[in-house]
Write a protein that binds this ligand. Structure first.
Ligand code: NAP
Length: 249
């Protein structure tokens, strides 16, 4: 539960806001007084998030892998809600596959949404963040920190998000923009259904991805993101924060 108003007077851009972590982050920031621009692919779910979040939240149906669409959505959000100073990039997709069978189109789409989409949103938002300060919080995964069988594209995309985060943090460290990354693992969201074993895949390979702490909830990730993105996280930049029940110990 929100206990303070750390985002009062601020505008936030949250991608992937139609579901899972993005929806929980949008709700959390709105509950703490922020005006949230909710970006997601499909209009229906993201409009529902904006309606439920309240606090002036608005929906901007956007494909984060489309440079022109991202630019237009962020400019519209800045016009409608005021200068964005908080960005959280939750949009993401995944799929398990035997690497030798993986269609090029699947590889390309996972990289385009998870990695290129994070870059495009950061690139479009940065001029606003630099004009008065702000923060970007990216969402990677335990799969960005360790090798996951059948997950070549997903691991590569999330490892890329981690290094993108560090590069941006270094570039803007002395210009008032903090950039950090949360690397979750095992959160109960619809995304987990995308990670079905490929035909003939060995479940034993995935056994080490279980921990005694079980799974977490999107709201717990949202609470961490809210800390990092608020002024309470002012001394954090370039941090990669695992939130995975000990998966990557
Ligand atoms: P989710 O419930 O599936 O939410 C992801 C959202 O992103 C969906 O609404 C999805 O829309 C949207 N999206 C997909 N492609 C998009 C695009 N091109 N442009 C804009 N939005 C797009 O998944 P989640 O679990 O909340 O995942 C959020 C982030 O956390 C992802 O980056 C994921 O990799 C990461 N993560 C999740 C877990 C976990 O255990 N859940 C663990 C580690 C990392 P559609 O539903 O229409 O595709």
């Amino acid at each position: 539960m929100a206990t303070s108003l750390r985002f009062a007077g601020r505008t936030a851009i949250v991608t992937g806001a139609g579901s899972g972590l993005g929806r929980a982050v949008a709700a959390r920031i709105a509950a703490e007084g922020g005006k949230v621009a909710c970006l997601d692919l499909a209009a229906g779910p993201v409009q529902e998030t904006a309606r439920d979040a309240g606090g002036g939240a608005r929906a901007y149906p956007t494909d984060v892998s489309d440079p022109a669409a991202v630019q237009a959505a962020i400019e519209s959000a800045a016009h409608d809600l005021g200068r964005p100073s908080v960005v959280v990039t939750c949009a993401g997709i995944g799929k398990f596959a035997h690497t030798v069978d993986m269609p090029f189109a699947d590889w390309s789409r996972i990289i385009a949404v998870n990695l290129t989409g994070t870059f495009l949103v950061a690139r479009a938002a940065l001029p606003h963040l630099l004009d008065g300060g702000g923060s970007i919080t990216t969402i990677a995964s335990n799969a960005g920190l360790q090798g996951v069988p059948y997950g070549a594209a997903y691991c590569a995309s999330k490892g890329g998000v981690i290094q993108l985060t560090r590069a941006l943090a270094a570039e803007f460290l002395d210009r008032g923009v903090r950039v950090n990354c949360v690397a979750p693992g095992g959160i109960k969201t619809p995304l987990q259904r995308a990670f079905e074993l490929p035909p003939g895949g060995d479940p034993e390979h995935l056994r080490r991805l279980m921990t005694p702490l079980g799974r977490s909830k999107p709201e717990e990730v949202a609470a961490l993101v809210a800390f990092i993105a608020s002024d309470e996280g002012r001394y954090m930049s370039g941090a990669i924060v695992p939130f995975d029940g000990g998966l990557t110990i």
